[in-house]
Design a protein around this ligand. Sequence first.
Ligand SMILES: [Zn+2]
Length: 338
Amino acid sequence: MRGAVIYGPGDVRVENLDDAMIVKPTDAVIRLAATCVCGSDLWDWRGINHVDQPTPMGHEYAGVVEAVGGDVENVKVGDFVIGSFFASDNTCPICQAGYQSSCVHREFVGGAQAGLLRVPLADGTLVATPGMPEPDLIPSLLAASDVLGTGWFGAVAAEVGPGKTVAVVGDGAVGLLAVLAAKQLGADRIIAMSRHASRQELAREFGATDIVEERGDAGVAKIMELTDGLGAHSVIEAVGTQESMMQAIHSTRAGGHVGFVGVSHDVEIPGEELFFSAVHLHGGPAPVRRFLPELIDLIWSRQIDPGKVFDLTLPLDDAAEGYKAMDERRAIKVLLQP
Ligand SMILES: [Zn+2]
């Protein structure tokens, strides 16, 4: 099979690799219908995460089950399935509480930018669609695997709901899909923080009612201006930097909720600022598995179209160009066709 491997900063190569295979009886192997480049892959590409050895890349996937291990019962060969970046048993107390990304048996699913993928704990991890999807649904189903599920969790963690004003920090695919989630969850007002025209447009399409272009303290001041000096009820942080996290906390009214889903890099929250903010903080790696059945249903019935975040499609062999386009912010999110 072909697969993308990172060797170091700015060095992703698509190579011939050994086919993914069943290793444990609880595994499945799927043939990817589509895969993509994640914002978090860029931390490796930029050299912010150190890459010790050549590492297969990719953790977002949708495709057809090619083989299953002897213990797999919930999916069968030929099913179209979606899973998340953490495999989970979906039975332990943590999974049962809805936090499958912290499953006591969790395993990271890597190497999805390839033709075939081994998925551990297939019964707990994979969710089958009602049938073979129309080709135009595949980008949206792929989005459910991570960016939609993550944006959705951000909105749920921020307690988005009817009557609430929501602010979203970050206009990457996760931030944009957090806007879509906020709309679906019934928010009254959704403020997208973005300074890029094409992203603002998509944010509006997904349900944003207001756009704030300012960042940092100026961005916070603008949110205050739009909320009678109170701050938003719910703020979704979808970047993971010091600036974005403090922008989120400071944009939230006392008693409000911050849902943080940007992978945190060197974020340090000053205790005194947190203390006087009087906000709820909840976030972490999104338990995408919790939301998959609902998200698949919304996509299947064409109520949402999260696949619009893919504004560039490339053959898998051009993965490096996909990383580059996202790094340079020429593309919001790149879909790769194996
Ligand atoms: Zn579990």
